[in-house]
Design a binder for this molecule. Structure first.
Ligand SMILES: Cc1ncc(COP(=O)(O)O)c(C=O)c1O
Length: 432
């Protein structure tokens, strides 16, 4: 199977973390997000161990909460000694309410509002990743009003093209995020930040993209960032303490996706950074990484029930499930690939070619086109879409006023609700 926390039991049922998902569907209903907490913890530990081994104690692994943010997730992150990357006061608030110490948070985003900046400063957020000139000025002003000197990283775009989906390719010069090094705006941002009385520059940040499996783009961006850091040291006498290389390592959505060797990849990045630092006589900075997808994607799957099976003679077949782009918009957004299985018929041959579609009132509401499922698929059968732990729950909407699924977590052979299923009363709660 695409991830080693998945298996098939003697009944031919799909299991995650050894638990039969058909029982979970019976108990909690569908659609249902299922998340394997043990896998999340393993992924955190793999990162922390690799970072510690290759960069030492100053390294930090920040979970990018945009991948999946809810209280239980932040409790896990606190227990696993992770830091977090947050992109809104909503994510910061969720983490704080879960007892996460916001001193260990980096606040991201390309358009933080004044009230979000104030919220973050009032709640002691450790670092801001300052994204643009207006924001630098606002952080300085609001920090001054609070008698705080706010520590920041300056977000730079190193001009790397990772050739993944355009929508998740964020390190290019032409990007809504950060200051471009190539245009001189990165240096201008440094000069501005250095002149601000209520801002302390701790280092620099970049994020080159997502769903990358080799370290090539990390190596390129690290070299560009370190050359920039050496230039800033030579020109202004400032030596950065932190180099944050963002997130981006990939997850296996299909059998075609490679298996990521995290330790080897991080080792290669460490070697490259050490060489570049030595060449320009820079001290090796504390290195931060911000993985989201590679922490939670393969810890999740989504369970659905089949509603209709429709074949149009001479054209194709559609299988419609009781969820859709409202709980998983990723195919509609950027053509994301998934592995789809009939969770109670895992040993049956899959000869029925169809498109798996949702029930939203949009022709584009497709979870995955061209999938192969058992020929006798019928109403009530259970479908599992694999590797949905990242950017599914967090991107869910109430489009068409469909209620959002519950999140059930699996841990140490047990299961429990981490996020309740939304109800129709939740939907009208704010309506006047
Ligand atoms: C600044 C930043 N850090 C981290 C991430 C997490 O990326 P991934 O989930 O691909 O690891 C993102 C994703 O968009 C990001 O923009």
């Amino acid at each position: 199977m695409i991830c080693d926390n998945l298996s098939v039991n003697a009944l031919g049922h799909l299991c995650m973390a050894g638990q039969d998902v058909t029982n979970l569907a019976k108990q909690y209903q569908t659609p249902l997000y299922v998340m394997d907490a043990d896998r999340i913890r393993d992924n955190c530990r793999r990162y922390r161990q690799a970072m510690q081994r290759h960069f030492g104690d100053s390294a930090r692994v920040l979970y990018a909460g945009k991948a999946a943010a809810f209280k239980q997730m932040y409790r896990i992150m606190a227990q696993e000694n992770m830091w977090i990357d947050a992109v809104s006061s909503g994510e910061l608030y969720t983490a704080q309410q879960a007892g996460f110490d916001l001193q260990n948070a980096v606040f991201h985003g390309n358009n933080k509002t004044d009230s979000e900046i104030a919220f973050a400063i009032e709640h002691g957020v450790g670092l801001f990743a300052a994204d643009n000139t207006e924001e630098l000025l606002a952080i300085d002003r609001i920090a001054g009003e609070h008698n705080v000197r706010q520590h920041i990283l300056i977000r730079l775009t190193p001009g790397i093209d990772t050739h993944t989906y355009e929508a998740v390719n964020t390190g290019k010069v032409d990007s809504k995020f950060g200051f471009a090094i190539e245009t001189g705006q990165g240096e201008e941002a440094f000069c501005l930040a250095a002149s601000l009385p209520n801002v302390v520059i701790d280092g620099f940040h970049c994020h080159v993209g997502s769903q990358v499996f080799d370290s090539d783009s990390f190596l390129k961006s690290a070299r560009i960032m370190l050359a920039f850091m050496a230039h800033i040291r030579d020109a202004y006498g400032y030596t950065a303490n932190i180099l944050d290389l963002g997130g981006g390592y990939g997850a296996r959505y299909t059998e075609q996706d490679p298996r990521l060797n995290l330790d080897a990849n991080i080792g290669a990045v460490a070697q490259c950074i050490r060489q570049a630092c030595k060449a320009s006589n820079l001290p090796v900075p504390a290195v931060f990484l911000e993985p989201g997808r590679s922490i939670v994607a393969d810890a999740g799957l989504t369970l659905y029930s089949v509603g209709t099976v429709k074949t149009i003679p001479g054209f194709k077949s559609y299988v419609a499930i009781d969820g859709g782009m409202n709980d998983n918009p990723r195919y509609a957004l950027y053509g994301a690939e998934y592995t789809v299985v009939a969770a109670a018929k895992m040993n049956e041959p899959c000869g029925f070619a169809c498109s798996l579609v949702g029930r939203c009132c949009e022709s584009g509401d497709v979870i995955q086109p061209d999938v192969k499922l058992p020929a006798d698929l019928k109403r009530g059968d259970l479908i599992a879409v694999l590797t949905t732990g990242a950017y599914n729950f967090s991107m869910a909407s109430a489009y068409n006023r469909f209620t959002r699924p519950a999140v059930v977590m699996l841990e140490q052979g047990k299961h429990f609700v981490a996020v309740q299923r939304e109800t129709v009363d939740d939907l009208i709660r704010l309506d006047l």
